[in-house]
Design a protein around this ligand. Sequence first.
Ligand code: AVI
Length: 321
Amino acid sequence: SPLPQSKLGTATADENEAEFRQDVLTGLSKKQKQLHCKYFYDERGSQLFDQICQLDSYYPTRTESQIMVDNADAIGQRIGSGAVLVEYGSGSSTKTRHLLDHLENQIAYIPVDISEDHLLSTAETLRSDYPHIDIHPIVADFTQGFELPEAYRSSPITVYFPGSTIGNLEPSAAVQLLGMISRQCDSHGGLLIGVDLDKDPQVLLDAYDDELGVTAAFNLNLLHRINRQLDADFQVDHFKHVAIYNAQQSRIEIYIESCIEQRVAIGETAFVFQRGERILTEYSHKYDVGGFAALAAQAGLSVDEVWTDPATYFAVMHFSA
Ligand code: AVI
């Protein structure tokens, strides 16, 4: 069963808020202003992200889901029976259902996510849909490492890391996280990961700057969150969402751009924005299968099997430590 909510709330909420404030003040003090993309996911941000995942233009979600559906048996076999599945950044656990439906004798599912309310409500739904599986949510920033419950430490651990979230890390940070994963799943388990592949830049730009403006709302929601939680006065209408494709680095870069010269207070601290000045809020790196396998090899992971879609927009890859 999960930690009692009271234990997750109080003390850590204050600490999290202090860390959020510090990260925002530090990030906005840099020459290239920046905000960490992990802060997108408050309750509203998580809802907007779920909406992004349903957009026609946002191909990663449906493509990855289709790969999971088309290869469910092979993927299930690869994971094997009796596995404990630990999902990094589980969100609404939508793709996980394809796995939970196809795994034999699965003993536990441990969704790990930073967005507490969303995580706990998703876990409740999963408990009623999968009564035979022990659902054990952990509220954590998985990039910082976390402890698995005692009970499962001797079971084969499969880390499931879908959604191409690994792409939101810079390659050096990705290798570090893959190293942590490699130690967590050790030689008995494995890693099943979703990787977004490099492709026609226009397809990428359409995915990250959709015409309905959902991605813009998702990006700008970060300013609403800062206003609400950190006593700030961003006039959100005076900022806009920008997505560009950086071909040299094979990545989408997302920014919040100031439409006018303006001053913003965050608590006691004031920040000046020039007209056209940008806050970097996210990188989304795109790989090719060989390039990602080489990156994972630096973390001691070797690729076992790769599944892709017919257009090779996306890959689901299995690794062993
Ligand atoms: C969570 N992550 C994999 C998404 C991505 O595609 O990089 C976040 C996102 N940002 C804008 N749209 C989606």
